[in-house]
Design a protein around this ligand. Structure first.
Ligand code: ABU
Length: 451
């Protein structure tokens, strides 16, 4: 293994150097790209030299999501301590189903869950776990709600006409999950958002009433704290009131924006989160932890056991359910996604994480200020968000994003809200500074002028 660790360091050093010299990989068509690389699998072994070259070439041709020029998705920025935690988790190859196999890593996960629960402000006992991504934590919340409202569904399939509610700006997993959960995509009511991307609570209530009149069973609301396009936060207090009136399950999908729980300055955005039946947050988004680390908590621990536990004599041979998290997991084998986040949190403290979050918002403010004082730009997104959505002169957003990538200048995507299509810049890399923002605009404008 030592030899491979040395090889890892050699390749990693090349990657990090290449990343600072060429923050965007020169893209190529799929077939062309594969023709540069040695991906064939042969019957015979190859030499270590050939192996290292194949691996290095592959790594250096992979899109650089951790560089200073990556503004494309809701993650970015390598926090070294989190990466150290991840590398150790890989070496240990723990599976987080039992204390027997996971040992103290079960305690690491529980510590994170306890602290997140405290920061959300839950005053009840919560239970939680870590799942592979926000789609899956959304799914877990939906399954718990389904099983609570239609308990027979766990044994003989759906018996009730369940209806779920979410906003048009919510994550696309909500509809997929409705299909997986067996009540179907068409039984998700998609509620229009207001002009700032927040779910219209008046329409939410109207839809619930209509469904009740028609004999359906409204059971689940999925509210969003940090929408993918605008970074908007639903009005969680108003939605919780509706939940109380009609007795539904309220899940808060804070996969993206949940990081504000760490910030005294921005916590107000998520006011009401502590009223949720379940809450999810992704440490791999604003918190700079490697993909994936998606945390779900619920104030109904019994629902977590009802939906996810199953006996397996060959697995659960020791200890009690409380320290065998396989009993509340979606999966059987489960990566140790806790250690990387714990390593970051342990090293920089809650205050260090708060600084990261605030820094992302500061950079977003700086970016918006540039756009606002420059009449060539039009801004479509709002304050208190790290998503900056804009257009420049008459330039087609799709065209410029493609050109910036093909010229290996910047990685950035485009989005849509209502009738407007625009460039979407995600200011999620807390390693960046104002210098990278200035560089962004300089590069962006020079390529835009070519168009
Ligand atoms: N949940 C990931 C969404 C991806 C994106 O909008 O960048």
């Amino acid at each position: 293994m030592k030899e491979e660790l040395n090889r890892f360091i050699r390749i990693a050093e090349k990657l990090i150097e290449d990343e600072s010299n060429h923050p965007v990989v020169k893209p190529a068509d799929y077939d062309e790209l594969l023709s540069y690389l040695d991906l064939e699998l042969h019957d015979e072994a190859i030499s270590d030299e050939a192996f290292e070259k194949a691996l290095t070439d592959l790594v250096l041709r992979t899109p650089k999501t951790q560089s200073s020029a990556f503004f494309n998705q809701l993650f970015g920025g390598r926090r070294p301590k989190a990466y150290l935690g991840e590398l150790l988790a890989v070496l240990l190859n723990t599976s987080m189903y039992t204390y027997k196999v996971g040992g103290p890593m079960i305690g690491v996960e529980k510590q994170i869950l306890k602290n997140i629960s405290r920061l959300v402000g839950f005053d009840k006992l919560t239970e939680g776990t870590i799942a592979p991504g926000g789609s899956m934590t959304n799914y877990m919340s939906m399954l718990m709600a389904r099983d609570k409202f239609d308990p027979e569904s766990r044994f003989i399939g759906l018996q009730k006409r369940l209806i779920a509610y979410t906003s048009e700006e919510s994550h696309y997993s909500v509809k997929k999950n409705a299909a997986f959960a067996g009540f179907g995509r068409d039984n998700v009511r998609v509620i229009a958002s207001d002009d700032k991307g927040k779910m219209r609570t008046d329409l939410l209530e109207q839809e619930i009433q209509k469904d009740l009149e028609e004999g359906y069973l409204p059971f689940y609301i999925n509210a969003t704290a940090g929408t993918t396009v605008l970074g908007s936060f639903d009005d969680l207090n108003a939605i919780a009131e509706i939940r109380d009136r009609y007795q539904l399950w309220l899940h808060i999908d804070a996969a993206y924006g949940g990081a504000v729980i760490f910030s005294s300055k921005y916590k107000h955005l998520i006011s009401g989160a502590n009223k949720a039946d379940s809450f999810s947050i992704n440490a791999h988004k604003m918190l700079g932890t490697p993909i994936t680390c998606s945390i779900i908590l619920t104030v109904h621990p019994e629902c977590m056991y009802d939906s996810f536990s199953n006996d397996a004599e060959y697995l659960y041979q020791d200890d009690h359910d409380e320290i065998n998290p396989g009993k509340i997991s979606l999966q059987c084998g489960r990566r140790n996604d806790a250690l990387k986040f714990w390593a970051l949190w342990k090293s920089i403290g809650t205050k260090g994480i708060e600084q990261m979050v605030d820094h992302e918002f500061d950079l977003a403010d700086y970016t918006r200020a540039y756009i606002r004082r420059n009449s060539d730009y039009q801004l479509y997104s709002f304050d208190d968000s790290i998503n900056i959505c804009f257009n420049y002169k008459e330039v087609d957003p799709e065209k410029i994003c493609t050109l910036l990538n093909t010229k290996a200048k910047l990685m950035i995507g485009h989005g849509r809200f209502k009738e407007n299509k625009f460039i979407r810049l995600i200011m999620v890399n807390s390693n960046n500074s104002k210098a990278e923002v200035d560089h962004f605009f300089k590069t962006f404008e020079s390529i835009a002028e070519e168009i």
